[in-house]
Design a protein. Structure first.
Length: 285
């Protein structure tokens, strides 16, 4: 294994708060802002301090910090709360102070959610890290003052591990592509009976992000269909699709980044379904 004690970027990606602070301070050095951070109750609490108010402009600083953190992609960190104040001599127990008296201690605070890399990006990052690690091992061995004999068994083991990792990544990417193609094919025309009957099991087997995305897609298509619907049968199909979209939104778990929006959409789509049923009743006469 390569000694990564001094690899700050790698440590930050693993979720080390100390490494994250170092990266933030390096990239914000020109702006005159210094940061501190503590991971507390599932939230990365960041304190930004500067000597003057103009250096702590909220929209600019929040955008900078979010871009930096999303470029780091720290593991297991999604919720971040950014706090700001004019620099103070008091350094210890700052989190306790701002939580006790936020109105007196802070200029402003804002909570953000970091975007997580998709499955393809994760595979690419993991593969690049493994490749980089293998390159560092090779480089460190060639720089030794005395040559160290490497057995064929060690070479074959390293080559076999890299080949296995690459093969596994390609296999998972291929499976993801197949699943996406199947889902996309089934959702081409959700207003047809054979398609609508297959949406429910698909939504149950998909992950939370798929449930949200599929529900939005169904809602958009159903909204378009409602603009031209005339017969009672058409309105009943529209009502069923709105209800399906509502059910999918209702399946989005609390851990999802857009959970609150999903809850609102669940109720909204249900109301649209009820309205479509009323239109179906009117169209009978």
């Amino acid at each position: 294994m390569v000694n990564r004690i001094n690899d700050i970027a790698w440590q930050a990606r693993q979720g080390s708060v100390a490494a994250i602070i170092q990266v933030l301070n390096e990239r914000l050095a020109n702006s005159g802002v210094r940061t501190r951070a503590i991971y507390h109750d599932g939230v990365l609490q960041i304190l930004c301090e500067a000597s003057t108010l103009d250096k702590l402009e909220q929209s600019t600083l929040v955008k900078q910090i979010q871009q930096i953190l999303e470029s780091i992609q720290p593991r297991n960190i999604r919720k971040v709360k950014i706090n700001s104040r004019i620099v103070q001599e008091q350094q210890l127990l700052w989190l306790e102070e701002i939580m006790r008296e936020p109105e007196n201690q802070l200029l402003w605070s804002e909570e953000i959610i970091l975007e997580q890399p998709n499955i393809f990006q994760q595979f690419i990052n993991n593969y690049q890290e493994q490749k980089s690690e293998a390159g560092k091992i090779h480089l460190s061995k060639t720089q030794l003052s005395q040559p160290i004999p490497i057995s064929n068994k060690s070479k074959n083991s390293a080559w076999g591990w890299n080949f296995f990792s690459l093969s596994l990544s390609l296999l998972l990417i291929l499976l993801s592509s197949i699943i996406y193609a199947v889902l996309n094919g089934k959702l081409q025309n959700p207003l047809l009976p054979e398609t609508t009957s297959s949406l429910t099991p698909t939504a149950k087997s998909s992950n939370s992000e798929d449930s949200f995305t599929i529900a939005v897609r169904i809602a958009n298509q159903t909204s378009d269909a409602g603009k031209i619907a005339k017969t009672s049968t058409q309105w009943l199909e529209i009502a069923a699709n709105w209800q399906r979209a509502s059910d999918l939104m209702g399946n989005v778990p609390p851990s999802h980044s857009r959970y609150q929006e999903a809850q609102i959409r669940t109720k909204l789509y249900k109301k649209y379904s009820e309205a479509a049923q009323k239109e179906a009743e009117k169209s009978k006469f």
